[in-house]
Write a protein that binds this ligand. Structure first.
Ligand code: HEM
Length: 495
């Protein structure tokens, strides 16, 4: 009896302490007098995320409710207090003008025990600075342009794989563009010939799909809140089998490269490999660091490019007149350029580019950007002071769907990206690749990769909805990158 009583008291005390911690955490913004939305017990403002709602929907609702009332509001990711930035001028200060206060992102990485996490996205501080200084030149325009012929070749293989399918058939579009993007990554980032377009189930593709240990928002939150505990327990974000596989490929290719006399720079892998022997020890990369940079293409560039290309074809399938104009523009440039795509004539496909941008606006792959304050920061034109280690969220997808910036935001209208319309908007009104020193390094390259793939498909094929096409489109709420739930099926006709 006495034992039961003790057990009951212990349980009650533990429950009271837990309740007190939760209540104190969730009153963080109230105690500081910062405008915020009432949080739910344990969930904060993330109720339903990953199940009934996508994170972009939650951020959009908060943004719409509070924009214009304050430059930022407080919110809670479960128990973690975060600041949601609502004002575009403040966004510009944080990403560009006062970027030295916001150099960190605060995404968990554990390079000593999880080598693939030595990528730029997951690094902060001195490690980020060193890696960034070493590799950012590899993404310069002059290098990226040299990869166009390889992209063209892979896009031509995608056409061949499409031709093998029975005509007038419903085609799984996400799968088609996934094979193209996987081959781009294996060829240009790992230096191995991509064969997914010819033989869809390659080991590379399998690993590129299964590298992440069970992902969920709560795990992401835990790692952000308690990074030191996770490091103490040597937590790894990536599956050991995938880590071993990518490291093995990279080591093998580095070995081959060392013995060959060819010193070309027509893919990213060759440029990363050169850094192994850089004269400046600060810019010299280890095998593991090289593997992590190649792996960035899978981590950051696969689902994003898949979604953007598939959503673009989907939107054009629903607007046949627009699709016809895009097709005509591509054919005109293609014939004029004597059937070879170079950077100049890719730039001439202005309508296609506008369609890609409108897709990135309407279906923004990353709904938000993250920043940490490195030091105390006085918010311009206000009485607020942000303390060191505040976590900031910039709700990009909500900005892209703000009716005051983009009237009738659900409408797919590429003319929003005409030169005149772009000039009229705030420079921070379109941020699919982020901005500033921590913006996407590969934005120029991935734009080219997607434009080459789309131009090749839309030149030779027309896309239209069929019985299995999901209308309206449903998003997969469980994924962080915006993606369709299930496949996007479209009817494809050779032109
Ligand atoms: C449609 C394609 C892509 C989209 C929409 C996209 C978007 C983004 C966004 C939103 C960020 C965060 C920017 C910020 O915080 O300001 C980012 C960072 C990054 N992206 Fe991309 N990305 C794409 C493709 C790629 C590809 C193909 C790579 C290949 C390596 C890549 C590499 C990176 C890296 C390394 C960072 C971190 C940069 C840093 O912190 O220094 N991305 N990307």
């Amino acid at each position: 009896m006495e034992f039961l009583q003790r057990l009951l008291y212990t349980a009650l005390s533990a429950a009271s302490i837990f309740y007190f911690i939760v209540k104190t955490s969730l009153s963080f913004w109230k105690r500081r007098g910062i405008l915020h939305d009432k949080p739910k017990f344990l969930l904060g403002n993330l109720g339903g995320v990953g199940g009934k709602r996508h994170i972009s929907t939650v951020l959009e609702q908060l943004y719409e409710k509070y924009k214009g009332q304050a430059p930022f509001i407080g919110c809670y990711a479960y128990l973690k207090p975060m600041l949601l930035v609502l004002d575009l001028e403040l966004v510009r200060h944080m990403l560009v003008k006062d970027a030295e206060y916001f150099k960190e992102r605060g995404v968990f990485g554990n390079a000593p025990h999880d080598p693939l996490s030595a990528n730029l996205l997951q690094q902060d501080g001195a490690d980020w600075q060193r890696l960034h200084a070493a590799i950012c030149r590899s993404y310069a325009e002059e290098h990226v342009i040299q990869m166009l012929p390889t992209l063209e070749k892979l896009a031509a293989t995608m056409l061949r794989s499409l031709k093998q399918l029975p005509t007038s058939n419903a085609v799984p579009i996400t799968n088609l563009v996934d094979c193209y993007n996987i081959d781009v990554i294996s060829t240009l980032a790992f230096g191995i010939s991509g064969e997914t377009l010819l033989n869809s189930e390659t080991e590379f593709r399998h690993m590129a799909r299964s590298y992440l240990k069970d992902f969920n928002m709560f795990r992401l939150y835990f790692l952000m809140y308690f990074p030191n505990i996770a490091r103490l327990f040597r937590y790894k974000t990536y599956e050991q089998a995938a880590t071993d596989y990518f490291l093995k490929i990279v080591r093998q290719k580095l070995f081959e490269q060392e013995w060959s006399r060819l010193h070309q720079r027509n893919n990213f892998f060759q440029m990363f490999a050169e850094l192994k022997r850089h004269r400046d020890p600060q810019k010299r990369l280890t095998d593991e660091e090289i593997a992590a940079q190649s792996f960035s293409f899978i981590l950051m560039g696969l689902e994003t490019c898949n979604s953007a290309m598939a959503f673009c074809l989907y939107e054009l399938a629903l607007q046949p007149d627009l699709q016809r104009s895009v097709h005509e523009e591509i054919c005109k440039v293609w014939e004029h350029a004597e059937r070879v795509l170079d950077a100049k004539n890719l730039k001439e496909m202005t309508l296609l580019k506008k369609c890609l941008y409108e897709t990135l606006r309407k279906h923004t792959p990353y709904a938000f950007l993250l920043r940490n304050t490195d030091m105390d920061y006085e918010v311009p034109n206000s009485v607020f002071m942000l303390c060191k280690d505040n976590h900031l969220v910039i709700p990009v997808a909500a900005i892209h769907r703000d009716p005051d910036i983009y009237p009738d935001p659900s409408k797919y209208d590429p003319e929003r990206f005409s030169d005149e319309n772009v000039k009229r908007r705030h420079p921070m009104a379109f941020l699919p690749f982020g901005a500033g020193a921590r913006g996407c390094l590969a934005s120029r390259f991935s734009e080219m990769q997607m434009l080459v793939g789309l131009a090749t498909l839309l030149r030779d094929y027309s896309f239209s909805p069929c019985r299995q096409t999901p209308i309206p489109l449903v998003y997969d709420n469980a994924r962080l990158v915006l993606a369709p739930k299930g496949e996007i099926m479209l009817e494809v006709q050779c032109l």
